[in-house]
Write a protein that binds this ligand. Structure first.
Ligand SMILES: Nc1nc2c(ncn2[C@@H]2O[C@H](COP(=O)(O)OP(=O)(O)OP(=O)(O)O)[C@@H](O)[C@H]2O)c(=O)[nH]1
Ligand SMILES: [K+]
Ligand SMILES: [Mg+2]
Length: 437
């Protein structure tokens, strides 16, 4: 990336809208704003201007412009913002005009966020929170992402890292005073005492049933059962649309079909799957393989059957599965104790939705404590925990090695917020953003 370059992009969603927002960030933002809209407005005050082409002077739009002066801006650089009419033609004309200005070029995906990170406006965990906030589909996801982008997780991880640095200092002191046996021993004992209490906190944070990750990625429910049990019919009722094909022919569904639902603010992903039986052919066999894979990945498996004959050929644990009797309107005799539903009449559907929501809530918890949201963080925390374990249990006479354990643990934590060298993960994180963020 060329540091000196000024970037611009459409920051609002592409397509026709009342208003579209184009942002320009970098040293040439001021020149761009002046060339296209006249004298620089007072910082952070909206000005209504005619937007002109920088070379031809042609009027392109009448729009609101705002000037943000570095360094108190989102990227830490000068930013010019154009709030223009949201038609494809106006957007295209202004983007093309900006491209004519020396030093200005179209931004890469996530480049605004990357500059914010590089200028110390956001740390990496906060950047990831921002990405999640942009992707949030439900209220609970929004809350978790907003807290993360405001630093809720960074605070915890940074405070742990600070404590590790203190533990490292105590260990170093133990090395320095190794001639004075008592001082050295007590310093090292204090370091280990503190490491033991930190170990407990990190372990408790890791042992959270993946609630933050489930909230971020969605609570997964798989619909399984014999062919013609009414799985696709149930999916359509839950989705309130004809998401899957329903027919009287057994073996209709082959691919896994997913719909995303917002159940009481929680993201729930329901997968309809191929009916489980001795497969008639290769396509069906592959469908069944996919059903079983969906069941394995699910947080909850709904086993749907019309009657008692169809006992699950697989074993799912009580906590993660639920037996449901389908086609309740047909009035079959059944020994299935679970809920009875009818996709046709709607009987039992509200109870089923309430039960799924109850389980999803139980899986993500109360949400009062900030939860781990990403595998990347989990990996770093597990590494830190491993090193703390070695620090606590490794031979105390090899004290230089023990100091090294603590440094490694601190380094692992530093990777979460990007306090230490993290070049290897940056591209991966920022390229996930859309252009304009
Ligand atoms: N009476 C009644 N019929 C239903 C109900 N639910 C589904 N059916 C019928 O049962 C048949 C099979 O329904 P599907 O939803 O395709 O069943 P499925 O489990 O997805 O079947 P496969 O994809 O083939 O495994 C269709 O003819 C549906 O109309 C119900 O609640 N009541
Ligand atoms: K069917
Ligand atoms: Mg089906």
């Amino acid at each position: 990336m060329n540091e000196a370059s000024t970037i611009f992009a459409l920051s609002s969603a592409p397509g026709r809208a009342g208003v579209a927002v184009i942002r320009v960030s970098g040293p040439a933002a001021q020149a761009a704003l002046e060339m296209m809209s006249g004298p620089l407005p007072k910082p952070r005050f909206a000005a209504y201007r005619t937007i002109k082409h920088p070379t031809t002077g042609e009027a392109l739009d009448r729009a609101v412009v705002i000037w943000f002066k570095a360094p108190s801006t989102e990227t830490g650089e000068d930013i010019a913002e154009f709030q223009i009419h949201g038609s494809r033609a106006v957007i295209a004309a202004i983007l093309s005009a900006l491209g004519k200005i020396a030093g200005c070029r179209l931004a890469e995906p996530g480049e605004f966020a990357r500059r914010a990170f590089e200028n110390g406006k956001l740390d990496l965990a906060e950047v990831e929170g921002l990405a999640d906030l942009i992707d949030a589909e439900t209220d609970a996801q929004r809350r978790q992402a907003l807290a993360q982008t405001a630093g809720s997780l960074s605070k915890i991880y940074e405070s742990w890292r600070t404590r590790l640095i203190e533990i490292a200092a105590l260990t170093e002191a133990a090395i320095d005073f190794s001639d004075e046996g008592d001082v050295s021993a007590s310093s090292f004992a204090e370091a280990r005492k503190r490491a033991a209490s930190l170990q407990k906190e990190v372990a408790a944070h890791l042992d959270d049933g993946h609630r933050g990750e489930i909230l971020r990625d969605g609570f997964r429910v798989a619909l399984l059962g014999p062919p013609n049990a009414g799985k696709s019919s149930l999916l359509n009722v839950l989705a309130r649309r004809e998401a899957a094909i329903v027919s009287a022919e057994a073996g209709t569904t082959r691919d896994v079909i997913e719909v995303r639902l917002d159940l009481a603010g929680l993201p729930v992903i329901v997968s309809d799957t191929a009916g489980i039986r001795e497969a008639a052919n290769d396509i069906e066999r592959e469908g069944i393989r996919r059903s079983l894979a969906a069941a394995r990945d699910a947080d909850l498996v709904l086993w749907l059957t019309e009657n008692y004959e169809s006992i699950p050929p697989l074993s799912f644990s009580r906590e993660t599965s639920l037996e449901i009797r389908s086609k309740q309107d047909l009035g079959f005799e059944s020994e299935i104790s679970g809920l009875a539903i009818s996709a046709k009449t709607g009987a039992g559907i509200d109870q089923l939705i309430a039960e799924i929501a109850r389980r999803a809530h139980a899986a993500v918890g109360s949400g009062t404590e900030p939860a781990l949201t990403r595998a990347r963080h989990r990996e770093a925390l597990e590494n830190a925990l491993k090193d703390i374990g070695v620090f606590l249990n490794g031979p105390a006479d090899a004290i230089e090695l023990r100091a090294e354990d603590v440094r490694r643990a601190a380094h692992a934590l530093g990777r979460i917020t990007g306090r230490v060298d993290v070049e290897d993960v940056l591209d991966q994180i920022f390229s996930r953003f859309c252009i304009g963020k």
